[in-house]
Design a protein around this ligand. Structure first.
Ligand SMILES: *[C@@H]1O[C@H](CO)[C@@H](O)[C@H](O)[C@H]1NC(C)=O
Length: 244
């Protein structure tokens, strides 16, 4: 068969040719001159990092990190705002001196603070807000004072006898619930009617000058009263909002 010699010749030719093409691999050693040429060339190219390394592969494109979430911290009330831990979240209240202002003016001023006129969730909130109002009132001439708070008369409760006192008003700040923060003195809410202003559809909190002293009409400090919304004899207002 002539196949075997042909195969051997082919192998020989392949070996020689590959030795010529890839001499650096050392398969085809020549004279000293060539050796030194390849070795020097090889070492110098190693120094420059262009040796027989695999071809440079481009890096995957830089992917920006997703922004880190802000560090976790408890929500807080701003400086000057009282903090109350309600079941529905930390609640912030601040009492302001409004001079003489209608309820809707006070509500608009609260909205400037990102708040509403506040409701009262508990008896403690009611007393704390009245106490804060007393400090402001006494620093501004003293005397009886009232504080606008949240709340509106429920439909169907337009007469004193239509609804039980605790069912007569509802909070309107979007957060306060229940009636634990309500305290009605004597005949209140009495739905006092004025021909020019109509019914008393807004809510105020009475403030006395000191412990042991009565507020207006002989009512206790920190008691609720229904009031005409346009009444500008009310000097203070209490804003409320969730802590952030
Ligand atoms: C204000 O009250 C309304 C409901 O009357 C509510 O939807 C809104 O979220 C409240 N705003 C703030 C800042 O709590």
């Amino acid at each position: 068969m002539r196949l075997l010699p042909l195969l051997l010749i082919s192998l020989f030719v392949i070996t020689v040719v590959s030795g010529i093409i890839y001499p650096g691999d050392g398969g085809y050693g020549g004279g000293g001159g060539r050796d030194s040429y390849y070795s020097s060339s090889s070492s110098s190219s190693e120094e420059h990092g262009h040796g027989h390394r695999p071809p440079h592969r481009p890096r995957p494109p830089h992917r920006p990190r997703p922004p880190r979430p802000p560090p976790q911290r408890d929500p807080e009330c701003e400086d000057g705002w009282m903090t109350f831990d309600r079941p529905q979240g930390k609640w912030c209240i601040k009492v302001f001196n409004g001079g003489n202002l209608a309820q809707y003016t006070a509500q608009a001023l609260c909205q400037n603070h990102g708040a509403n006129l506040t409701g009262l969730q508990t008896a403690n909130e009611r007393v704390q807000v009245a106490n804060a109002g007393r400090v402001i009132s006494n620093a501004n001439g003293g005397g009886f004072a009232e504080i606008w708070i949240s709340g509106t008369r429920r439909p169907g409760c337009n007469r004193r006898t239509d609804c039980a006192p605790m069912n007569t008003f509802q909070w309107t700040d979007g957060h306060t619930t229940g009636t634990d923060g309500m305290y009605w003195p004597g005949p209140e809410p009495n739905a006092f009617w004025r021909n020019d202003w109509g019914n008393q559809n807004c809510l105020e909190l009475h403030v006395s000058v000191a412990d042991g002293r009565a507020a207006r009409y002989g009512y206790p400090h920190a008691s609720l009263d229904d009031q005409h919304c346009p009444q500008t004899e009310v000097r203070l207002y209490a804003c409320g909002k969730l802590a952030k």
